[in-house]
Design a protein around this ligand. Structure first.
Ligand SMILES: Nc1nc2c(c(=O)[nH]1)N[C@H]1C(S)=C(S)[C@@H](COP(=O)(O)OP(=O)(O)OC[C@H]3O[C@@H](n4cnc5c(N)ncnc54)[C@H](O)[C@@H]3O)O[C@H]1N2
Ligand code: MOO
Length: 383
C-alpha cells in the first residue's frame, strides 16, 4: 500500500473515543468534542480601549466622576459637554462619544480639554469581536493554551473533550536487555524508552511498557492482559521469522486487516489490524528507526482519528542534500529544517536512530520524486 494511502486509511478507520466533560484545567492538550460559542457578546459592553476620559459632545468638558475597570458609572448617561475619567477595560457610560487618551488631555481643575475625536474613537463596541452565538472553535480542535483562554473568556468552566486514546505498548524480543551495556548477542531495548514519549507527543497515553517473551502464546496472553487500552502497539514481531508471532496470532484471532505492509523505506513490514473486540493492533518493526517511521505512518493517524481530530496536513518543503531515490517506495529520511529548506541528514539505516535523534523532522520523499519538487515534512509536536 502506498505510504500516503496507509496514513489516510489508518485515520479514516478509527471511530472517535467517547466524549466526557473536563474542567478547563484538565482539558489542556485534549480534543474539543463540542463547539465553543460566545454565550454573551464579546466585548460584553462598550469598553474603553485607553486610559483617559470618556467624553460627550464637543470640548472643553466638565469632569463629573470616574469609572474604573470592574465598576459602572453610577450617574447614568453623560450629557453633551460632560466627561468622566475612565480606565482601559471600564464600561463607557451611555451618551459618551469617544475616549480621549490621557496623553492628549489637558486637565484644568474639574475641566478637561483635548482635540476633537471621531465618534467611537477608542471604544470597543459591544459584540464587535463576536456577537452572542458566534461559533468560535469547531469540535475536533486541539485544546491549546489560546483555546483554553478563549473558552474561559466565553464563560465556560467545563468542556466536552475526547480523552487521550490509551495505548498498551508490547515490546517483544528475547535478545533485549533494559539496563546498562548489553552482553554478547544481547541488544539494549531502544523502543521501551522511545515509544511512550512518542505516543504522548502524538496525543495518546501509554500504560507502562510490557515486555513480552518470544515464546508462542506469550503475545496472546499479553493481548488478553492488556485491559482497557484502545490500541495495542506491538514491536519487533512484524516479520516472518520463527520468533515473529504477530501475524499468525492476528489470523488466529480472526482480526480485520487494515494495512499489511507499506511501500516505504524503512518500515515496510508494519501493519494495522482490528481485533474482534474492537481494539486496534499496530505492528511496528523491531528496527528502531523503522519503528519510528511506522509509528508516524500508522499510529499517529490512528490516534488522531480516535481522538476525533483531522489527519494532520503535512507541509511540503524543498529538500537539499543527498536524497536517495526510489521508483516505488516513499523514503522517510531525517532532516534538519531551517524554516526554508530541509537538509537531508544522509541515508538512515533502519536499525539506527542517530539521524532522527539530532534532526528536527522527517521528510517523506514520495516514490518517483524529482529533485526540484517539495516533499511532505513530518514535524514533531511542538515544532
Ligand atoms: N526474511 C525476511 N526477513 C526480514 C524481512 C523480510 O521481509 N523478510 N524484513 C526485514 C525488515 S525490513 C525488518 S524492519 C525486520 C522487522 O522485523 P521484526 O519486526 O520482526 O523485528 P525483529 O526481527 O524482532 O527485530 C529486528 C531488529 O531489530 C532489533 N530490535 C527489536 N526490538 C528492538 C528494540 N526494542 N530495541 C532495539 N532493537 C530492537 C532486533 O534485535 C533486530 O536486530 O525484519 C527484517 N527481516
Ligand atoms: O522495513 Mo525494515 O524497516 O527496512 O528495516
Amino acid at each position: 500500500m502506498p505510504w500516503q494511502q496507509a496514513r489516510r486509511l489508518a485515520h479514516a478507520s478509527a471511530r472517535p473515543v467517547p466524549a466526557r466533560p473536563a474542567d478547563l484545567a484538565q482539558a489542556a492538550g485534549l480534543t474539543l468534542a463540542q463547539e465553543i460559542v460566545t454565550r454573551s457578546p464579546a466585548p460584553a459592553f462598550d469598553t474603553a480601549a485607553m486610559d483617559g476620559f470618556a467624553v460627550a459632545g464637543a470640548g472643553p468638558w466638565q469632569v463629573c466622576g470616574a469609572v474604573r475597570a470592574g465598576t459602572v458609572f453610577p450617574a447614568g448617561e453623560l450629557q453633551a459637554g460632560q466627561a468622566v475619567e475612565i480606565s482601559t477595560g471600564a464600561p463607557v457610560p451611555a451618551g459618551a462619544d469617544a475616549v480621549l487618551p490621557v496623553e492628549l488631555a489637558v486637565r484644568d481643575a474639574d475641566r478637561v480639554l483635548g482635540p476633537r475625536l471621531t465618534p467611537g474613537r477608542h471604544i470597543r463596541r459591544t459584540g464587535e469581536d463576536a456577537p452572542a452565538g458566534t461559533r468560535l472553535a469547531p469540535s475536533g480542535s486541539r485544546i491549546g493554551p489560546a483555546l483554553l483562554g478563549l473558552a474561559a473568556a466565553c464563560g465556560y468552566d467545563t468542556l466536552q473533550v475526547r480523552p487521550r486514546p490509551r495505548i498498551q505498548i508490547l515490546v517483544t524480543g528475547d535478545e533485549l536487555v533494559h539496563h546498562g551495556r548489553p552482553g554478547p548477542g544481547q541488544v539494549r531495548d531502544a523502543l521501551g524508552p522511545m515509544l511512550p514519549s512518542l505516543v504522548q507527543d502524538m496525543g495518546g497515553q501509554a500504560a507502562a511498557v510490557c515486555h513480552v517473551p518470544d515464546r508462542p502464546g506469550a503475545l496472546a496472553d499479553a493481548f488478553a492482559a492488556a485491559g482497557a487500552a484502545e490500541v495495542l502497539a506491538v514491536t519487533g514481531s512484524t516479520s516472518v521469522g520463527v520468533t515473529d508471532h504477530l501475524r499468525s496470532l492476528l489470523d488466529k484471532q480472526a482480526a480485520r486487516w487494515i494495512v499489511d505492509t507499506v511501500a516505504c523505506r524503512p518500515g515496510h513490514p508494519q501493519l494495522l489490524a482490528q481485533l474482534a473486540d474492537g481494539r486496534w493492533v499496530v505492528g511496528l518493526p523491531g528496527n528502531p528507526y523503522a519503528a519510528l517511521v511506522a509509528a508516524h505512518t500508522l499510529l499517529a493517524p490512528l490516534l488522531a482519528g480516535l481522538a476525533g481530530r483531522r489527519l494532520p496536513v503535512l507541509p511540503r518543503v524543498p529538500l537539499t542534500g543527498q536524497v536517495p531515490l526510489s521508483p516505488d517506495r516513499t523514503q522517510v529520511l531525517p532532516v534538519r529544517w531551517d524554516g526554508a529548506v530541509a537538509r537531508v541528514l544522509g541515508e538512515q539505516r533502519s536499525a539506527f536512530l542517530n539521524g532522527a535523534a539530532i534532526g528536527d523532522a522527517l521528510a517523506a520523499v514520495p516514490a518517483g520524486w524529482r529533485g526540484h519538487e517539495p516533499a511532505p515534512l513530518i514535524l514533531p509536536a511542538g515544532l
